[in-house]
Design a protein around this ligand. Structure first.
Ligand SMILES: Nc1ncnc2c1ncn2[C@@H]1O[C@H](COP(=O)(O)OP(=O)(O)OP(=O)(O)O)[C@@H](O)[C@H]1O
Length: 570
């Protein structure tokens, strides 16, 4: 519980949050005070109505007016003030908890966006999805309860003060009753917390099922695996239902127990007050009112504590996910830092790399030079480490030893974000957004003109398609580019890359998912880019590129002459 609250404190959002919290505290204290004063005024009010023979006024009561209209006016003013304070408090609580949740969502988004690729590649997209879909919602709910608690406690305290002034013995008894109730109910809090943790895990399982199912929709249809996915989802959803149902049952049982105990306690207190202590009628009426409100308040404090501990484990899971990403953040590149250009060459010097853990070393001393404007072809068996080399050159991964030099300047994690602005990458299956061709292109180069876009499309060999589309650049390409053919998707991704005018282009089998004819044509287009920029092309068909400047291959973690290796393999 303390760990949850510490995590909640770490997740708060800066000074503005602290100021608002101070304002809320003030309103909470005012709410308690006005509530107490309103209740305390009932005694002289009832006395002046003639409920009891009024004795000489003592203490602060001596300052009050004695006439009924003046007392009524005062009572009215206090009740009105209490209503206004309560309204301001409710709005301040809502503002604070909504603001906290939005700031948290934005912080989580930014933490993921800025985390290094080395960290992100080890995470599950579904876990991030669960963070946004359920865990932050639970944090928001727990925060609302947390912010509401001081107000409830201060109103509770005001009731106790008034009750104490009227009947100290009974109030002490009620306090002891409240403490005993909390002691007896402590196991329910532990159980509620356990169920809260179960619920977090169950929600994570549901999120994993949904995310992976949606990512593999086409594959699911192609393999006829629909029933299998529906069954797995139902099992996960029923698991989450089970955890939530157990929490709801616990809550309902607690309420039943408290309803019975509180009703018996209320009857007992009143019987003692009326029959045994023989309190004056005005005092008795106010005491009835106070106890009738006080005991259900104790009950609701217990219930809300249970709900809080059920939701509060989310503070820790959210803080852990955000802080792990923040700890692994890429060094921030100054937004106005110019992209890093190179005039001569980019080279790898004795680069070694492994993915850590039990994974064997992938690259064992790579020396490679890519002269500016050259086209280099990289081949090698599956799993040889070709994509790893591309990720190292893009500054997404860092070598364990050795160096990557850009015109002699070392590519360090500090300059990697700025360097990536000079690099264009493209993978086997291009990712396109469900948006227009124009929006997909502008994503890589905001503010690019139509002329620049049409030129990039021409270079990528898409002029014909654009001319044939009635809506031209405004044609929407569908989910992940579903309304385009595989070849068109890859070409559009190539145009998006070229629009950025990158100095280095890293292509990871950009056409291998296509038929031979399409693959050949895309490789021809790429070969035509030679001289405009420096290209490193990973392909399993190195001979489809006519006379590259260099052909190297990876084998056993080292680079060898590609022609020799392919000749040997062939
Ligand atoms: N995130 C990772 N964690 C652990 N090992 C990894 C990771 N990514 C790749 N590997 C391992 O590193 C080795 C090189 O992978 P890489 O993707 O660079 O090979 P590749 O030559 O591009 O293969 P392919 O031609 O099949 O795409 C492989 O053995 C692979 O299993």
């Amino acid at each position: 519980m303390l760990a949850d609250l510490k995590a909640a404190w770490r997740l708060r959002s800066g000074q503005a949050g602290v100021r608002r919290l101070a304002l809320l505290t003030l309103l909470v204290m005012l709410a308690g005070a006005t509530d107490g004063i309103g209740l305390a005024l009932l005694v002289p009010l009832l006395n002046s109505l003639g409920a009891t023979e009024a004795g000489p006024a003592a203490g602060l009561y001596a300052l009050l007016p004695r006439s009924l209209p003046a007392l009524l006016l005062l009572f009215l003013a206090v009740v009105l003030l209490r209503a206004l304070v309560s309204r301001a408090r409710q709005i301040a609580t809502a503002e604070l908890s909504f603001d906290f949740a939005v700031a948290l969502r934005v912080r989580a988004y930014a933490a993921i966006a800025h985390a290094s690729w080395s960290h992100l590649r080890r995470q599950r997209a579904a876990d991030f999805h669960a963070l946004f879909s359920t865990e932050i919602d639970r944090v928001e709910y727990a925060t609302h309860l947390l912010l509401d608690t001081p107000a409830r406690l201060s109103i509770l305290a005001a009731h106790f003060v008034v009750a104490f002034a009227i009947a100290p013995g009974f109030t002490a008894l009620a306090l002891a009753f409240g403490a005993a109730l909390a002691w007896l109910m402590r196991h329910r809090l532990t159980e509620s917390r356990r169920l809260g943790e179960l619920s977090s895990q169950a929600n994570l399982r549901v999120s994993r099922e949904i995310t992976e199912f949606l990512q593999a929709l086409k594959l699911t249809k192609a393999y006829g695996a629909e029933t299998q996915h529906v069954a797995a989802f139902e099992a996960a959803a029923r698991g989450a239902e089970g955890a939530d149902l157990a929490a709801a049952r616990l809550q309902a049982n607690t309420r039943l127990l408290l309803d019975c105990v509180v009703a018996v306690a209320l009857a007992g207190f009143l019987w003692l007050a009326a029959v045994w202590a023989k309190l004056p009628l005005a005092d008795l009426l106010v005491l009835i009112l106070v106890f009738q409100r006080l005991l259900p308040m104790l009950q609701s404090v217990q219930e809300l504590s249970q709900q809080f501990v059920h939701a509060s484990p989310a503070y820790r899971s959210v803080a852990a996910a955000i802080e792990a990403c923040e700890a692994a953040a890429d060094p921030a590149a100054a937004p106005d830092a110019p992209p890093i250009a190179f005039e001569r060459e980019i080279s790898l010097e004795d680069v070694r790399f492994g993915y850590g853990g039990d994974h064997p070393e992938v690259l064992r001393g790579i020396d490679l030079s890519l002269p500016a404007g050259s086209l280099t072809v990289l081949s090698g068996a599956s799993g040889a480490g070709k994509s790893t080399i591309l990720d190292l050159l893009a500054g997404l991964l860092a070598p364990q030893s050795g160096r990557i030099l850009i015109d002699g300047r070392e590519l360090t994690p500090e300059i990697a974000p700025a360097w990536r602005r000079s690099v264009g990458t493209m993978a086997q299956e291009a990712f396109l957004f469900h948006a227009s061709i124009r929006e997909n292109l502008a994503w890589s180069s905001p503010g690019a003109s139509d002329e620049a876009m049409l030129e990039a499309l021409r270079l990528a060999g898409l002029s014909g398609l654009i001319a044939a589309l009635p809506q031209g650049l405004d044609t929407v390409v569908g989910d992940r580019g579903a309304s385009l053919s595989g070849g068109e998707r890859q070409r559009l991704a190539l145009a998006r890359l070229l629009l950025r005018a990158p100095r280095l282009i890293l292509l990871d089998e950009p056409a291998s998912a296509l038929d031979a004819d399409n693959e050949e044509r895309i490789l021809e287009t790429i070969a035509g880019l030679r001289g405009r920029c420096t290209i490193l092309l990973v392909t399993h068909r190195p001979h489809a590129i006519a006379a590259p400047d260099r052909h190297v291959a990876l084998a056993g973690g080292r680079l060898v002459d590609g022609e020799l290796l392919d000749g040997r393999l062939g």
